[in-house]
Ligand binder design. Structure first.
Ligand SMILES: [Zn+2]
Length: 397
C-alpha cells in the first residue's frame, strides 16, 4: 500500500504542470494530507523532491503553502544496447529523459573486454552530462540472445559471439548500482508499449524480425520471463519442412526461414538459378536486406517475391503467438519491419489464414514506431522500472 501511495505521489509530481503544494497533491491523489506529508518527507530526504518556493494564499487567508517539485536530476539511469555491430549507451534522468548518448563498435573484442569498455563509456558519458555516478539507480543492458534474467547472464548471443557471459557481475564490479539484463525483444516490447506503437496497452506481444527472430511478451503490463528469463524464443520453434542448420544448434528453426539471412539466401538462390532480376550480377557480399528492399521498391519481381515469402513465414510464427497469447496488439519490429507493406501484407494474410478466428479477430497488427531506437530506450525504461525508487504504476518488469 505504502509503495502504491508513494507511486501515486511521485506520478502526480512528475506529470503535473509545475510545482504543487501538499494539499493539491492530496487532492490529485485522493490521499489523506498526513499520508502525503509523510511520503513527501521521505522523498525529500532521498533528494527526489524539493521545495521550490511559496504558493498563493487561499482566499480564506492563512499561511501560503510551500510548493514542491520532482527533481529530475536527483537520480539517473544508464541504458546499454549491445548490437551486433554497434553498442549504444544512453544516460537518462529520473524521468527517463535522454541526457546523453554515445555509440561504439561492438566488433572484435572478447565479451569481458567489451564489457569493460562499455563501463568506461558509461562513465565518460555520465561525466559529460554531469551526472554523478553515486546518483545512479540502475543500468539496463540489452543483448541479442538468450538471457538468464535472474542471474544477469547472457547464455548465448550468436550474433556477438557471447556464451555464458556474467554481464551483471562484470559490470557490477565497476558500479555501485544494480545491472539488469534483458534480451532485445523484451526491451523492444517495453519501449513500444510505453512510448511507441502499443501505447497504453498491457497485453502486448512483439515479434522481432532481423538477423534473429524472437518475441517479447508483456503480460498484465509485466515482462513475461518464464522460470529463467528465456521466453518468446519463437525463432527457434521448428517450421515443418525446413531443414537448414540454425545458430542455436538445431535444424529447421523459424529463424532459418524468416530471418534477414533467409531473405538474402532466397534472393541469392534466385540470382544463381538465372531468374530475371535487376539484381543479376550482384556479388553475394553486396546483397544486403537494404539492397533487396531497394530493388523491391523499384518493382523487382524476385526481390518482392522473396520479401513476401519471408513475411509469410514470419506470419506463421505470428499466428502461433496470436493463438497462444491472444494479445490486444501484435507489434512487428526489427529491421524487417521497416520493409512496410511488402512484408506486412503477406504476414497479415498468413495470420488471418492460420490463427484461430476467435484468437485473431480483435488483434491489431501494427508496425513498430521506434525503429532502431527501441532497444536502447527499452534498456533505459527497464532500468527505471527496476530502480526501486521509481516504482511505476504502469508495470513492473
Ligand atoms: Zn534455432
Amino acid at each position: 500500500m505504502r509503495r502504491l501511495n508513494r507511486t501515486l505521489v511521485l506520478d502526480v509530481l512528475k506529470s503535473g504542470d509545475g510545482p504543487m503544494s501538499r494539499a493539491s497533491i492530496a487532492q490529485a491523489t485522493s490521499l489523506a494530507k498526513p499520508t502525503v506529508s509523510e511520503i513527501v518527507e521521505d522523498l525529500m530526504a532521498e533528494g527526489a523532491v524539493r521545495e521550490v518556493g511559496m504558493g498563493t494564499v487561499a482566499s480564506a487567508g492563512g499561511r501560503p503553502p510551500k510548493l514542491l517539485e520532482f527533481d529530475a536530476r536527483s537520480h539517473f539511469v544508464a541504458g546499454v544496447h549491445v548490437g551486433s555491430r554497434t553498442t549504444t549507451v544512453v544516460i537518462g534522468d529520473a524521468t527517463g529523459k535522454e541526457l546523453g548518448r554515445e555509440s561504439v563498435e561492438t566488433d572484435g573484442l572478447p565479451a569481458e573486454e567489451n564489457l569493460q569498455r562499455i563501463a568506461q563509456v558509461v562513465k565518460a558519458t555520465a561525466r559529460h552530462v554531469e551526472a554523478p555516478l553515486e546518483r545512479f539507480e540502475a543500468a539496463g543492458v540489452v543483448v541479442p540472445g538468450l538471457v538468464d534474467f535472474h542471474a544477469g547472464v547472457c547464455l548465448l548471443g550468436p550474433n556477438i559471439g557471447w556464451r555464458d557471459v556474467p554481464i551483471a557481475d562484470i559490470l557490477g564490479q565497476q558500479f555501485d548500482f544494480p545491472v539488469f539484463v534483458h534480451n532485445v525483444s523484451q526491451a523492444a516490447v517495453v519501449a513500444e508499449t510505453l512510448e511507441g506503437a502499443a501505447k497504453g496497452e498491457s497485453e502486448v506481444v512483439l515479434l522481432y524480425g532481423g538477423s534473429g527472430v524472437g518475441a517479447g511478451i508483456l503480460w498484465g503490463g509485466r515482462v513475461f520471463h518464464g522460470s529463467r528469463g528465456i521466453t518468446g524464443e519463437i525463432g527457434h520453434c521448428r517450421l515443418p519442412g525446413e531443414t537448414g542448420r540454425c545458430k542455436c544448434g538445431k535444424f529447421g528453426c523459424l529463424e532459418t526461414a524468416a530471418g534477414a539471412s533467409a531473405l538474402v539466401a532466397r534472393v541469392w538462390r534466385g540470382i544463381t538459378s538465372g531468374a530475371t532480376t535487376s539484381l543479376a550480377g550482384a556479388r553475394r557480399k553486396d546483397l544486403t536486406p537494404q539492397v533487396i528492399l531497394q530493388a523491391a521498391v523499384a518493382g523487382d519481381g524476385l526481390a518482392r517475391g522473396a520479401i513476401a515469402q519471408i513475411g509469410r513465414n514470419l506470419g506463421i510464427g505470428a499466428s502461433w503467438l496470436v493463438n497462444l497469447f491472444n494479445p490486444a496488439i501484435l507489434v512487428i519490429a526489427g529491421g524487417l519491419a521497416e520493409f512496410g507493406t511488402l512484408l506486412l501484407d503477406p504476414l497479415r494474410e498468413a495470420v488471418h489464414e492460420m490463427a484461430m478466428t476467435h484468437s485473431y479477430e480483435r488483434v491489431e497488427i501494427r508496425a513498430a514506431q521506434l525503429g532502431q531506437n527501441a532497444e536502447v530506450r527499452g534498456a533505459v525504461l527497464l532500468a527505471m522500472q527496476r530502480a526501486e525508487i521509481y516504482y511505476r504504476i504502469v508495470f513492473q518488469a
